[in-house]
Design a binder for this molecule. Structure first.
Ligand code: NDP
Length: 295
């Protein structure tokens, strides 16, 4: 019974990538060029390097062009802004992603603000945050959009369900809350100042944990049958000396016993994020080329 509770993000992401690949080849046939994603990496943060490499690989595997711009950590803000302006103007580039974090001497907000909102496939530009808030078409941050896709796939309509989002970051918690509200959930956003978090979580049919605290949400906090989406990626010491392992923000073992469905870590939300990025890039390509996407 526990196996059927698992929401398999890895296979969901594979399915989404296959649909993106089909649509990408149709795009090429219709428009005469491949859809393209530009990824900008500044500096040598090891985690960022891994993400950028795997974004590039998956972009190409889906039949789209990947333009990677790797710049030294010493790159000035002005140079970065100039590159963004160039990519904004480049017809072969449909989506632009600037990998965060940026070095301290660069103002992240200024760089994100410079990206054309219609190429902002990460959905971080204030224009896209605003579009999401007022219900206009735009780009939604990849991680929360992936969470919503998995929730709808599992539950069908979310209409009237009680949802609790733990965390209020601009890239996960807040857009997640907006998406659930748009699906007519009754949404509570919890954060570090929330009083009696277990009692808040207890009401929820849907719990999305995006906190960054290993195994914080316990099974006994959950309403029996709740659907749990664990966004957290935390590296903790493993039993074996000197080794580490990944855990989520949810205490998986105790939650599995109570939840109706749950995403594992790893293999849940993580693999969906890049798949949604590719999906957003293809949507950008169709919109920017003025081609109407068939259903
Ligand atoms: P942030 O650090 O930006 O935000 C964390 C949020 O959790 C804040 O709103 C904070 O509240 C809240 N919080 C902290 N402590 C508590 C507490 N004790 N009780 C309740 N709320 C608390 O993190 P992100 O949103 O960027 O990321 C969250 C997690 O998701 C991380 O583990 C990250 O690694 C992971 N992540 C995974 C992705 C994926 O692809 N799967 C993508 C992005 C993130 P306050 O605002 O009051 O400080």
């Amino acid at each position: 019974a526990n196996a059927s509770k698992l929401i398999d993000g890895k296979s969901f992401a594979e399915g989404l990538r296959a649909r993106v690949a089909t649509a990408a080849s149709r795009f090429k046939a219709a428009v005469g060029r491949k859809a393209g994603l530009a990824v900008v990496l500044v500096g040598e943060d090891p985690a960022s390097q891994v993400y950028v490499r795997s974004k590039g690989k998956q972009t190409v595997a889906c039949g789209m062009s990947s333009f990677e711009h790797k710049l030294p950590a010493s790159t000035s803000e002005a140079e970065l802004l100039a590159l963004v302006a160039k990519l904004n103007a480049d017809q072969a580039v449909d989506g632009i992603l600037v990998q965060l974090p940026l070095p301290d001497h660069v103002d992240e907000q200024k760089v994100i603000a410079a990206i054309s909102p219609d190429k902002d496939v990460d959905g971080f530009h204030v224009t896209n945050a605003g579009r999401l808030a007022v219900g206009q078409p735009g780009f939604v941050p990849c991680t929360p959009l992936g969470c919503l896709m998995m929730l709808k796939h599992r539950l069908g309509s979310l209409d009237g369900l009680d949802a609790v989002v733990i965390g209020r970051s601009n890239i996960v918690g807040k857009p997640m809350a907006q998406l659930l509200l748009a699906e007519s959930c009754t949404v509570t956003v919890a954060h570090s100042r929330t009083r009696d978090l277990p009692a808040v979580v207890r009401r929820a049919d849907i719990v999305v944990a995006a906190v960054g605290r290993p195994e914080m949400v316990k099974g006994e906090w959950l309403k029996p049958g709740a659907t749990v989406i664990d966004v957290g990626i935390n590296r903790v010491p493993a039993a074996e000396e000197g080794k580490t392992r990944l855990v989520g923000d949810v205490d998986f073992a105790s939650a599995l016993a109570v939840a109706g469905a749950i995403t594992p870590v790893p293999g849940g939300v993580g693999p969906m994020t890049i798949a949604v990025l590719l999906r957003n890039t293809l949507v950008a390509a169709y919109r920017n080329a003025g081609v109407v996407l068939e259903k």
